[in-house]
Design a protein around this ligand. Structure first.
Ligand code: SF4
Length: 312
């Protein structure tokens, strides 16, 4: 494999981190780069490990996504998919195993292989009932997927109409890659239908940007008009849906949003041509509340009291 190059790209997650805290953005996209390599500096290795931490809610959401993916991929392949009880049992077994691995700190030896929970790394004191509720929510989300309209629709979907299942994809804005990952996309006559599974609470603004990005991608990838794309967020907590259709003017608005966001990201770089960044150029979050749920608090100079090391 050739050398990996840290290229500037855009995704909704990247934009969210950028808006929450610039220093966190630095750690996530620059300060942890190369930390998978044993020859990296200890601080880069630590930043890489901390980047892998998931809060219990993110972890539950990830496990639900993986479970649904297994079911949907089996349906796409025309194979027998696990029934709801088998899928739920497998989900809960996986969560128990992850919990044990994380509580033993196995991720410190191999952060790529083992689940790393924020609550364990930062020794949050949580009652067992909180973890149980987290698992119950995950199970209920998965069971709701089996009850959803789209699950029933997929049972009869012709093979030729399946398009994407959680496939990492890109489209370009002015030569920069924009990353998207559609949980599901299929054709419905002359329309493209996209689904995004949501396990968290509805956040209208973030959801609007995300769904518009998916639509922008589908327009390019499948050569359809914006009006032919429906992007839907399915909230698995209660099976409510928010469907979004965009027009040409909204498409241009989202493209401009991404251009402006990329300009702001480039502005802070030491050398935009090389995508090179210096830590001190990235300010701390204005609101300290962000710090209490931040993966990088352990190495952030705001909290360690140390200055920024000359070399991260
Ligand atoms: S601890 Fe606070 S200031 Fe430091 S990176 Fe995290 S959110 Fe930003």
């Amino acid at each position: 494999m050739g050398m990996l190059e840290n290229k500037l790209s855009w995704s909704k997650t990247r934009d969210e981190v950028f808006r929450e805290c610039l220093r966190k953005y630095f750690f996530q996209y620059y300060g942890s780069w190369g930390g998978w390599d044993r020859s990296a500096t200890p601080r880069v290795r630590e930043a890489y490990l901390l980047k892998k931490l998931q809060t219990r809610q993110m972890w539950a959401g990830d496990k639900v996504h993986r479970s649904i993916r297994t079911v949907v991929e089996a349906m796409r392949a025309g194979e027998v998919h696990p029934d709801v009880d088998a899928a739920a049992a497998r989900l809960l077994d996986g969560m128990r195993q992850d919990y044990r691995d994380s509580s033993k700190g196995l991720y410190r030896g191999d952060p790529k292989r083992y689940c790393a929970l924020f609550e364990h790394e930062y020794q949050a004191t949580l009652l067992g009932e909180v973890w149980k509720e987290n698992a119950r929510n995950a199970e209920e989300s998965l069971r709701n997927f089996y009850r959803s309209e789209v699950f029933h629709k997929l049972q009869g979907l012709p093979k030729a109409d399946w398009l994407e299942v959680e496939q990492l994809a890109t489209f370009q804005i002015d030569g920069t890659d924009v990353y998207v990952q559609l949980d599901l996309a299929f054709r419905d006559r002359d329309r493209i239908v996209i689904y995004d599974w949501k396990t968290g609470k509805p956040d209208r603004d973030q959801s609007e940007i995300q769904l518009a990005c998916y639509a922008a991608y589908a327009v390019e990838k499948y050569g359809v008009t914006p009006e032919q794309v429906t992007a839907t967020a399915l909230y698995l907590a209660d099976n409510s849906e928010r469907a979004r259709t965009i027009d040409t003017s909204t498409l241009e608005t989202i493209r401009q949003y991404i251009r402006d966001s990329l300009d702001e990201m480039r502005f802070l770089l030491e050398d935009p041509d090389k995508n090179a960044a210096l830590e001190d150029a990235f300010d701390y979050a204005e609101d300290e509340a962000s710090c209490h749920r931040c993966n990088f608090k352990k190495i952030c100079p705001r909290w360690t009291g140390a200055g920024t090391p000359a070399s991260i």
